[in-house]
Ligand binder design. Structure first.
Ligand code: GDP
Ligand code: MG
Length: 258
C-alpha cells in the first residue's frame, strides 16, 4: 500500500553522514555511514530498515532553552518571551536518510522539570538523550549529570546515544565560551556524550545538531535491526567508547574480510 504521508521536505534529506561538532567529544568521527548500513539501505534489506522512528528526549534545567531548541529546528522560529511548556508531549520530525524514511520523536517536558518529577514514561525507551545546559550558566552544566542519571534509570545505557548540548551561544563572550566548553568537553568524555554548542536565537548549529542526531540514531537502529535479524555479528559496534580506536580497527578488519 502506498504511504499517505506527503513527501519528506527537501531540506530533511540526508545522503551523507553529517560531521560532529568537536572531534574531542564525538560519538564517533568516521566520515561516512557504516558500510553495513549503506548496504542495507541500498538493498532495502527486508526488516533491517523497517524500524524507522526514534524517540529522543530533551532534558535539562528549567529555562536552559529546551523548548526553543526544538522550536528553532521544527518550526524555524524563536520566541524571546519565556513561556513554560505546557501539555506538549512530542514533535514528530520527518527525515529521509540514505533513501529510507525516518522520523525523530522529539520529546519536550511539559514543565515538570521545575519540580524534578518527570514521569518515567517520558524517559522510557529513548534512543537518544539530549542533555541541555545553558552556556552562560555553570550550574546548569553541573546539573546535566543529575538529569542523565534520572533518565538512565529508565533506559539501557548500551542502546542510548547521548548528546550534551550547550545553548544560548549568542550570549557568551569568546573567553567565557572557551572555559565552559572545556568543562563541557570534559563531562562529555566522562559520560560518553557528543558535545554541541548552539544558539536557538541565531539558529547557529541547530540544523547540524539535529541532522547528526537523526543520522546517528538511524545508523544505530539499522545496525541493531541487522544484529537482531542475524545479518550482523554481535560486537561490530559503531558507538564510540573508550575503545573506539580498537573498534574502528575491528570494523575495518571486518569490512576487509567480508
Ligand atoms: P526551557 O524551560 O528549557 O524549555 O527553556 P525555553 O526554551 O523556554 O527558554 C528559556 C528562555 O531562554 C526564553 O526566554 C528564551 O527566549 C531564552 N532562550 C532560549 N534559547 C536561547 C538562545 O539560544 N539565545 C538566547 N539569547 N536566549 C535563548
Ligand atoms: Mg520548555
Amino acid at each position: 500500500m502506498k504511504s499517505m504521508l506527503p513527501p519528506v521536505r527537501k531540506d530533511r534529506i540526508i545522503t551523507q553522514l553529517p560531521g560532529c561538532f568537536s572531534p574531542d567529544a564525538a560519538l564517533h568521527t568516521k566520515d561516512g555511514f557504516h558500510w553495513q548500513v549503506k548496504a542495507a539501505c541500498q538493498g532495502q534489506k527486508k526488516g533491517a530498515v523497517g524500524f524507522n522512528v526514534a524517540k529522543v528526549i530533551v532534558v535539562g534545567d528549567v529555562a536552559v532553552g529546551k523548548t526553543c531548541l526544538i522550536s528553532r529546528f521544527c518550526k524555524d522560529s524563536f520566541d524571546k518571551n519565556y513561556k513554560a511548556t505546557i501539555g506538549v508531549d512530542f514533535e514528530m520530525e520527518r527525515f529521509e536518510v540514505l533513501g529510507v524514511p525516518f522520523s525523530l520523536q522529539l520529546w519536550d517536558t511539559a514543565g515538570q522539570e521545575r519540580f524534578k518529577c518527570i514521569a518515567s514514561t517520558y524517559y522510557r525507551g529513548a534512543q537518544a538523550i539530549i542533555l541541555v545546559f545553558d552556556l552562560s550558566s555553570v550550574g546548569s552544566l553541573d546539573n546535566a549529570r543529575q538529569w542523565l542519571e534520572d533518565a538512565m534509570k529508565e533506559n539501557d545505557p548500551s542502546s542510548v546515544l547521548l548528546f550534551l548540548v550547550g545553548t544560548k551561544k549568542d550570549l557568551s563572550s569568546t573567553e567565557h565560551l572557551a572555559n565552559m566548553e572545556q568543562e563541557a568537553i570534559r563531562l562529555s568524555e566522562e559520560i560518553r556524550a557528543e558535545y554541541w554548542a548552539v544558539s536557538a536565537k541565531s539558529g547557529e548549529g541547530i540544523r547540524d545538531l539535529f541532522f547528526r542526531v537523526a543520522s546517528l540514531t538511524f545508523e544505530a537502529n539499522v545496525l541493531a535491526e541487522l544484529e537482531k535479524s542475524g545479518c550482523r555479528r554481535v560486537g561490530d559496534i559503531i558507538r564510540l567508547t573508550e575503545n573506539s580506536k580498537e573498534e574502528e580497527k575491528t570494523t575495518k578488519r571486518k569490512a576487509n574480510c567480508c
